[in-house]
Design a binder for this molecule. Structure first.
Ligand code: ADP
Ligand code: MG
Length: 699
């Protein structure tokens, strides 16, 4: 149970004064919590910068287009003339060095006469600009009298916003939220805190939302680092608790006789690469030990993880037990079935598919067979861990594309059997230093080489104004019988914008190339999406316009062209994933990164790296290095699960201490009952790693 003193932080936003249903809706959007935003979400919405009002020049010394606070005397009001009520209301003011016009649109006269009475002195703060050679300030941010000067905030935080929500509304809400922060016990080690000169959690939050100096907002500063360490420690504690829990029910040794695996390997049209064989051996060895397996199979796109997963499943099936393979999307689940199905048939494995779409009789029948042990390998989506899904004897849970699932989903699947072994497949070649952050102490197998026979992809960067040439080039490839993807980016500002962009591109290309062109996007229903993918895979359509739904996993070896429109909007990891869709067959492939000029520094660097290498591990390292300020989109799209406060590229060095801290703490106090343990429970709740606390209780 959550300590009740945290309740005000987990209350919904309308618990704050001044936030009604309308504002709440906007805040939900701003905070990315459509299902309900809480006070804590608001508090973790950290400023991205400040407005610095500390400059106090004389009017003659003001620098155009910068923020300044000036002391002026109000000379006269010039309301709009009666025949032009929409004209701005202007107020002339001055100091001993010059003049300033204060301009207001749609302002009420009585209000302005009170705010800026003629003959009085006022401090006004805002951006001063030159219009027609006149110094003007349009809608001053702040106007105060001499007496109120002390209350003028000289450094004000600036927040990411969303349409319809102004910065002052966010500031006010955050202030109201800060007032709700309760007294909290200190969960960090006192010596560690003082060695770093870090403030308390509350002081850190307060400091970030009230920066006295812009420097206090730096991610590497004391306040941000404190919160980042809190978050990393919460994550490491949760992972360590999960691991301890998973290890507790001693696993069951599952040793097959190798006959199914041999049949599969013999049926393969290729031989395993050395690293596939090694990964297979590592997994089979794990399965044969009476300990629970927690292994990560890391391999770049196209490195051939699926067959390794199938061999792992075969190993437990040989021993008369069952396996499950969970994919993040329906497309991928179906694709797994398609690749695995024929091989499984040859070896005599009974495979079935369960997604949200199997319903009624068919579904009931499938569940019966599963419970009776008549299905050996169940492939599916989230639907796999619904309550009614019961296995006769689940031995192995394989989770593909792990970063889309949370820890508790991984657990939910593992809980479908006693001491289920877990194999996690990830196509994001996460650098070693980060495996820890996301997966904790998992054993790792890596597939580092690409299957034989692959050709390097020719990657080129082309400015958008050469779109017509690109269309021609794609047309030639399609005319040669090749297949091409055309990816349109996600548009963050608008919910439907990405779809509209893809739709427009689709229509333009269809007008040019006719029925060879098809469209697939995230808002299609499952069956429609699958049908579109199937038509493309079968060659009925040859140019597939897509939003990023095709990002992961889809395998069409005949595809040789990948156009990525607005490549500058994608993160490196995502560009790499997308490019991985081509270069899978024997033909030479081309990736065209269409960008809008001029490119920013980061986007330029990303595109250069894409052209330079196809090594996913190298790309992941570079991605980490490049990710920084102003690249929110890249971060969000990189496929790394989100930390709310910690920035891995800044705070990565804190990971290892957090891991040690977590281990030491749990070694001394495995059920978190000491004074620090109790305090740490608060931390786990604050960062919502409390699913791990349930494990403590379950024992
Ligand atoms: P990913 O690791 O991205 O999931 P897949 O398992 O989908 O990769 O494999 C990509 C493609 O490579 C598939 O078409 C698969 O049949 C093929 N493949 C896998 N292993 C080998 C191999 N050792 N030699 C040649 N082709 C292989
Ligand atoms: Mg895959």
């Amino acid at each position: 149970m959550r300590p009740s003193r945290l309740d005000p932080l987990f209350a919904s936003l309308p618990s704050l004064p001044g936030i009604g249903p309308k504002l709440e809706r906007l805040f939900r959007r701003l905070l990315g919590r459509e299902d309900g935003a809480r006070v804590i979400d608001l508090l973790f919405h950290l400023p991205t910068g400040v407005v610095d009002r500390r400059a106090r020049p004389k009017l003659a010394e003001t620098v155009p287009d910068t923020v300044a606070t000036v002391r002026v005397t109000v000379d006269r009001h010039r309301p709009p003339p009666p025949n032009r009520p929409r004209a701005p209301y202007q107020i002339h003011a001055s100091d001993e060095t010059g003049d300033l016009i204060l301009t207001f649109f749609n302002a009420r006269r009585d209000y302005l006469e009170k705010l800026l009475p003629v003959g009085e002195t006022r401090y006004v703060s805002g951006i001063i600009a030159l219009y027609d050679g006149m110094r003007q300030m349009v809608h001053p941010d702040r106007v105060v009298s001499e007496a109120d000067l002390a209350s003028l905030p000289l450094v004000e935080p600036v927040y990411p916003l969303t349409e319809g929500l102004g910065v002052n509304q966010v500031r006010k809400a955050v202030q109201a939220g800060l007032a709700k922060v309760p007294e909290l016990p200190e969960w960090q080690d006192a010596a560690w805190l003082s060695a770093h000169k870090w403030p308390s959690f509350t002081a850190a939050l307060d400091g970030l939302h009230h920066p006295g100096d812009p420097a206090e907002l730096r991610p590497e500063g004391a306040a941000w680092s404190r919160l980042a360490y809190d978050e990393l420690l919460a994550g490491q504690l949760a992972l360590a608790l999960v691991r301890a829990h998973m290890r507790r029910p001693a696993g069951q040794a599952t040793a097959g006789d190798g006959r199914l695996r041999q049949a599969i390997v013999e049926a393969l049209p290729y031989s395993l690469t050395a690293s596939q064989a090694r990964a297979d051996a590592e997994i089979v060895a794990d399965l044969g030990r009476p300990l629970r397996m927690l292994r990560l199979l890391q391999g770049d796109v196209g490195s051939g993880k699926t067959v390794v997963a199938l061999l792992a499943a075969a190993a437990v099936i040989e021993a008369g037990r069952q396996a499950a393979l969970m994919a993040p999307t329906e497309i991928l689940a179906r694709q797994h079935l398609k690749t695995i199905g024929p091989l499984a048939d040859t070896a005599g494995l009974r495979v079935a598919l369960l997604t949200g779409r199997e319903r009624g009789r068919e579904r009931a029948d499938l569940l019966d067979r599963l419970a009776a042990g008549e299905i050996d390998l169940l492939i599916g989506t989230h639907a796999l861990f619904q309550e009614e899904v019961a296995f006769r004897d689940l031995a192995l849970a394989i989770v593909d594309e792990q970063h889309r699932f949370g820890v508790h989903q991984r657990l939910a699947l593992a809980q479908k059997g006693a001491a289920v072994d877990v194999l996690v497949l990830t196509a994001t070649p996460i650098p070693r230093t980060l495996v820890l952050a996301y997966f904790g102490d998992m054993d790792v197998s890596q597939l580092r080489e690409k299957p034989a026979g692959r050709q390097p992809v020719d990657t080129r960067a082309v400015p958008l104004d050469r779109l017509a040439e690109v269309v021609e080039a794609v047309g030639r490839a399609v005319a040669r019988g090749e297949r091409a993807y055309w990816v349109c980016p996600l548009i963050e500002e608008s919910e439907t914008g990405d779809l509209a962009a893809a739709q427009d591109r689709f229509e333009a290309l269809r007008a040019r190339f006719g029925s060879d062109v098809d469209l697939v996007h995230g808002r299609l229903r499952g069956a429609e999406k699958d049908a579109a993918m199937a038509r493309f895979a079968a060659g009925e359509t040859r140019l597939l316009v897509a939003t990023t739904v095709i990002e992961v996993g889809v395998d069409v070896p005949e595809a040789t062209v990948m156009v990525i429109e607005h490549a500058e909007r994608f993160g490196l990891a995502q560009l790499h994933q997308l490019r991985g869709r081509i270069g899978r067959g024997r033909a030479r492939s081309t990736c065209l990164l269409l960008y809008r000029a001029p490119l920013g520094e980061t986007a330029k660097a990303r595109i250069a790296i894409m052209r330079e290498t196809e090594d996913g591990f190298r790309i992941a390292e570079e991605d980490l290095r490049l990710r920084g300020e102003g690249d929110v989109l890249g971060v969000r799209q990189s496929g790394m699960p989100g930390f709310r406060v910690a920035r891995i590229e800044v705070h990565g060095a804190l990971l290892e201490p957090a891991r040690k801290d977590a281990q030491l703490t749990l070694a001394r106090d495995p059920s978190l009952t000491s004074e620090r343990g109790e305090a740490l429970r608060h931390l786990l709740y604050l960062f919502e790693r409390d699913e791990a606390i349930r494990l403590l209780r379950a024992g």
